[in-house]
Design a protein around this ligand. Structure first.
Ligand code: NAI
Length: 327
């Protein structure tokens, strides 16, 4: 099936070409938005990533061009208007799980880097500065970690934290019975925020979870606690987080996702004047660590993404059941 890929980078081409046997793949660097839908002319499917915009106008334009399938090469689908997709008779498929360990382990990397400041130590030693000034961290052993959202990634993260010797508190709208048997304790959101030294976000972005971390919830957190977000940027009200970082109430912030990331992430803007004053303010804090949505970026996850996406397209083409359909 002829499929137009949007927002592609060299690694997308590498992994999809490696595993593709039966489809015609056309790769575009441009993101999918109202101005770029015509790139998919002559295709029956489009393959998109986290920051492509599939609003009602885009979906209507795609349907007019003959697009019948949206294949998300990611798990989250908050960027797709599912009602408009249905109205336009376009099916939506995704990759529901591709190494939850990749994202969980990246959350741990953010946490450990912020705590033990290895990013600063690396640069310092390279300059011949072997001093330890301001590199003090804290033992994770015996601390309390709060996990918001205990699906595939949150559960993997929670299990790693028990290995550190942490007490793990969890909050989710559904409790994971298997996780409970490993000693993880479910509680209310308020009690998790009040008791945790580290809070890590692993719930999807929905109307209910948008700004789940806001001025009020940040005020409830332990003074000086650490917040990690590898899920979706808009779970955090970034401006509120900045105020709490300035006051010291929020002790550390590690993010792999950012509310306005679609204008920045996945691009090399090193020669440009960045217009986003909020991220520039965030970058100025010594206790903030930002990575550009790389939680998924492991060989295992990229392989799984390519294989599952290609299988999704094949199933649609053959009229087989769409096991990974988003309804
Ligand atoms: P999942 O669907 O397995 O788990 C999500 C969990 O969140 C579920 O247990 C669900 O009950 C819970 N949840 C839903 N609404 C909630 C609410 N209002 N309050 C508390 N919990 C709620 O999803 P998975 O695979 O664990 O992924 C989680 C998120 O991670 C994705 O939605 C995506 O946004 C993000 N992600 C980030 C990546 C990255 O590269 N940084 C890569 C892959 C996913």
């Amino acid at each position: 099936m002829k499929t137009a890929f949007f927002s592609t980078h060299s690694y997308d081409k590498e992994y999809f070409n490696k595993y593709n046997k039966e489809h015609q793949l056309v790769f575009f660097e441009a993101a999918l938005e109202e101005q770029t839908t015509n790139l998919a002319a002559g295709c029956e499917a489009v393959c998109v990533f986290v920051n492509d915009k599939l609003n009602p106008i885009v979906l209507t334009q795609l349907a007019r061009q003959g697009i019948k399938l949206i294949a998300l090469r990611c798990a989250g689908y908050n960027n797709v208007n599912l009602t408009a997709a249905k109205e336009n008779n376009i099916k939506v498929v995704r990759v529901p799980a591709y190494s939850p360990h990749a994202v969980a382990e990246h959350a741990v990397a953010l946490m450990m880097t912020l705590n033990r400041k290895t990013h600063k130590a690396y640069n310092r030693v390279r300059e011949g500065d072997f001093s330890l000034r301001k590199l003090t961290g804290f033992d994770l052993y015996g601390k309390t970690t709060g996990v918001i959202g205990t699906g595939k990634i949150g559960a993997a993260f929670a299990k790693i934290m028990t290995g550190f010797g942490c007490k793990v508190l969890a909050y989710d709208i559904y409790e994971n019975e298997v996780l409970k048997q490993t000693g993880i304790e479910y509680t209310t959101l308020d009690s998790l925020l009040k008791s945790s030294d580290v809070v890590s976000l692993h719930c999807p972005l929905t109307d209910q979870t948008k700004h789940i971390i806001n001025d009020a919830s940040l005020s409830k957190m332990k003074h000086g606690a650490m917040l990690i977000n590898t899920s979706r940027g808009a779970l955090i009200d970034t401006k509120a987080a900045i105020q709490h970082l300035k006051s010291g109430q929020l002790g550390y912030l590690g993010i792999d996702v950012y509310e306005q990331e679609e204008k920045l992430f996945f691009n090399n803007l090193s020669g440009e004047v960045i217009q986003d004053d909020v991220i520039m303010r965030l970058m100025s804090f010594p206790n903030v660590l930002i990575t550009a949505h790389q939680g998924f970026f492991t060989d295992e996850a990229l392989t799984q993404i390519a294989q599952t996406t290609l299988n999704n397209v094949s199933a649609f083409e053959k009229g087989a059941p769409l096991l990974n359909e988003v309804k």
